[in-house]
Design a protein around this ligand. Structure first.
Ligand code: G3H
Ligand code: ZN
Length: 288
């Protein structure tokens, strides 16, 4: 069942659990994540950046693929197809392509005022078409060209201003980082999370960079109002590790082990298993 993500996240916020928002990269990925959600009876946000969509042939291919898989696999749990880290222009393209939810990431705009103005405009457009919308305040750190920047801390007053525009859920930096966390990472800032939550009330908060954060920090963040946890790198590592083992054991040279379906099968199974584990950790199992 395809839906936007607003209701499922409101319920998660009220129920003190979180939904994983899992990035898809291809057909196998999509089928694996959907299988995990159905088996766990967990609501699901399946998301895709414009870059990953380009890899798959475009935003429309991605949206149509997810829709076709939901139908063909008889998926009964609610599923939202969400644009991840969209630019202003990407958001319009995703709406036209049939996404049910968008993220406008205005954190890279030249000024906060531009982020504010464009978020306001996109909230109106998304809601008029029945989509949910996520906005972002402050940047999320990460690794670029081998250099890891520290996780940023969003300004609570700016979070309040964006929240008041009527966004359905809000991404804000609390020390989280995209990609693999460095050994000297300082951890999440729960003080900043509490300050932001105090400003935005019951608005569901989004934790980007959800791969590799220690479980106790994940659980504490959920208890303090994080309702959506974005996961990409974690599943990429699960997939690649499984394929590495397949090749390391020489399975590609046994029988018809070179068949791409045989090669990709362990990766697909690893995604199902890891997605299930994360759904358990986030508390969304049985919440569909
Ligand atoms: O928007 C997507 C993410 O925030 C995923 O981050 O690759 O560190 O799991 P990750
Ligand atoms: Zn992100």
């Amino acid at each position: 069942m395809l839906v936007n993500a607003a209701e499922m996240l409101k319920k998660a916020e009220a129920g003190h659990y979180a939904l994983g928002a899992f990035n898809t990269n291809n057909l196998e990925w999509t089928l694996a994540i959907l299988q995990a959600a159905e088996e766990a009876q967990s609501p699901l946000i399946i998301q895709c950046s414009a870059g990953a969509a380009k890899w798959m042939g475009g935003l429309k291919v991605c949206a149509d693929m997810v829709k076709a898989c939901v139908e063909s696999q008889d998926i009964s749990v609610p599923v939202a197809i969400h644009l991840d880290h969209g630019t202003y222009e990407d958001c319009f393209k995703a709406i036209d392509a049939g996404f049910t939810s968008i993220m406008y990431d205005g954190s890279h705009e030249e000024t906060f005022q531009i982020n504010l103005d464009r978020t306001k405009e996109l909230v109106e457009i998304a809601h008029s078409k029945g989509l949910s919308i996520e906005a972002e305040v402050g940047g999320i750190g990460g690794t670029e060209d081998g250099v890891t920047s520290n996780g940023e801390l969003a300004d609570p007053a700016e979070c309040k201003q964006i929240a008041e525009l009527g966004v359905d859920f809000l991404a804000c930096g609390i020390g989280n980082i995209h990609g693999v966390y460095p050994d000297d990472w300082a951890g999440l800032s729960f003080d900043r999370l509490a300050e932001i939550k105090a400003e935005v009330g019951d608005l569901p908060l989004v934790l980007h960079g959800g791969s590799g954060i220690p479980e106790d920090q994940i659980k504490k963040a959920i208890s303090m109002g994080v309702s959506k946890i974005n996961v990409n790198t974690d599943l990429q590592i699960a997939f690649t590790t499984a394929l590495h083992e397949y090749f390391a054991e020489g399975k590609d040279t046994q029988g018809k082990g070179y068949d791409p379906r045989k090669v990709l099968k362990p990766g697909r199974e690893a995604i199902v298993a890891r997605t299930r584990e994360l759904m358990e950790q986030f508390g969304s199992v049985g919440m569909a």
